[in-house]
Design a protein around this ligand. Structure first.
Ligand SMILES: Cc1ncc(COP(=O)(O)O)c(C=O)c1O
Length: 415
């Protein structure tokens, strides 16, 4: 039987400080339509549509068979720390050592524990927009204040060094750099990162969060680097975040990790020790295997190639639709399309006023789910994920094209 708390029981204030997700509302609606038998095309997915590679699953079966089902040290077994430290060193040029890395339940938790370890009430966190939806909410949960700096679409949604410099204040405690980026699909080149690093190096009160979880998914010859390697002053005050979710199609395993200054990593582990102890024990060896077995590289490349073809295709088709602009995706698996030229038009009884109403009508009338950019700081754009098959991409874009063609200009009567 359903139950509810008596009216006298109040939830903590922090719950109301966190915004409800528009993304969840749209995906919930799309799910409900699909359950009613409607043929919905979803461009909402924030995860690879591929399965976890078999050799990683086999390692998990082996771990279970060996009885690796008990508590492990906080945050994980030494083999996993060693694999992560070796990965950071070989692939990113970051020599952290095992006491400067940690493992968390997903990349999301790594970011959260780092904020929890660093933020005092009122500390400010600078977040370049468009941004991943959880950053500001996590900041607020940790007592911090999110501050935004908007990148320009004409600059491929990349922050310029001057914009970054102007946005930093004495109250800024953390700056978040997410490249390759969700939701825009942009990616800073090593040269661009170097210029941003030069700005950050001047402000020695700032900790840099470098969210590199999409680092393996790069397209069109795009190159990138870890910002912590870009200036000698940054290594000791940058935390580099990564996870298995996107690179190895392991979103449901909840495996994230981070490397950074020993004291901050130790603080994160102290907090984890009282909250979740460690990640699931029988995922720890497979997580190390994913990073060390050469089949890991092969499986990532096979997935990346597919994403590259789909991303190019989706982007070209979007550009062919009337009055939609879109920056070419260079990483991750998202196109971030500007649909604002259609605002003020009418669909059925509804007037399209922003990305939310655009997405809502597209779903209701043409059964295509896209994510409005409002939760990412841009109410003029929608995010389309190309982590879905070519057939679905074509079907969904045919429908999007038909939707845009069906929009009518709104005539108001002047009195
Ligand atoms: C930019 C960014 N950072 C972090 C995460 C969190 O990843 P995880 O699923 O490992 O928690 C996501 C997930 O979508 C993301 O897009």
């Amino acid at each position: 039987m359903a139950t509810n708390a008596p009216a006298a029981i109040q939830l903590a204030d922090r719950v109301s400080r966190v915004a409800s997700s528009i993304t969840l509302a749209i995906t919930g609606k799309a799910g409900a339509l699909a359950r009613q038998g409607v043929d919905v095309v979803s461009f909402g997915a924030g995860e690879p549509d591929f399965d976890t590679p078999q050799f990683i699953k086999d390692a998990a079966l082996k771990a279970l068979a060996k009885g690796q089902t008990k508590y492990t040290p906080v945050p994980c077994i030494i083999e996993l720390k060693q694999a992560i430290a070796a990965k950071f060193s070989a692939e990113n040029g970051l020599d952290y050592g095992v006491d400067c890395v940690t493992v968390t339940p997903g990349g999301k938790a790594a970011l959260f524990f780092a904020m929890l370890a660093l933020l005092n009430d009122g500390d400010e966190v600078l977040i370049p927009a468009p941004y991943w939806v959880s950053y500001p909410e996590q900041v607020k949960l940790c007592g911090g204040v999110p501050r935004f700096v908007h990148a320009e679409e004409s600059a491929d949604f990349k922050l310029t060094p001057a914009q970054l410099d102007a946005a930093i204040t004495p109250r800024t405690k953390i700056v978040i750099i997410n490249s390759p980026n969700n939701p825009t699909g942009n990616c800073y080149s090593p040269l661009e990162l170097e210029a941003l690093a030069a700005v950050l190096a001047k402000h020695d009160h700032i900790v840099v969060f470098s969210d590199e979880i999409y680092e393996k998914l790069l397209y069109g010859g795009q190159e990138t680097a870890s910002i912590a390697t870009m200036h000698p002053a940054l290594f000791d005050r940058t935390i580099t975040f990564n996870c298995h979710s996107k690179s190895f199609a392991m979103t449901g395993w909840r495996l994230g990790y981070a490397g950074g200054p020993r004291a901050i990593i130790a603080a994160m582990d102290k907090l984890q020790g009282q909250i979740n102890s460690h990640v699931t024990s029988f995922t720890q060896l497979p997580a190390a295997v994913a990073l060390t077995d050469p089949r890991g590289v092969e499986s990532i490349e096979a997935m990346r190639e597919q994403f590259e073809k789909r991303g190019e295709h989706m982007w070209k088709r979007l550009l062919a639709i009337d009055d939609i602009t879109c920056v070419r995706p260079r990483g991750a698996f998202y196109c971030f399309a500007n649909v604002s030229a259609h605002f003020g038009k009418v669909s059925g009884e509804a007037i399209i006023t922003d990305a939310v109403t655009f997405a809502a009508r597209l779903l209701e009338a043409h059964h295509v789910a896209v994510i409005p950019g409002n939760d990412s700081g841009f109410d003029t754009h929608v995010r389309l994920s190309f982590a879905t098959s070519m057939e679905q991409i074509d079907k969904g874009l045919d429908r999007l094209e038909a939707f845009v063609k069906s929009l009518k200009l709104h005539h108001t009567t002047a009195f």
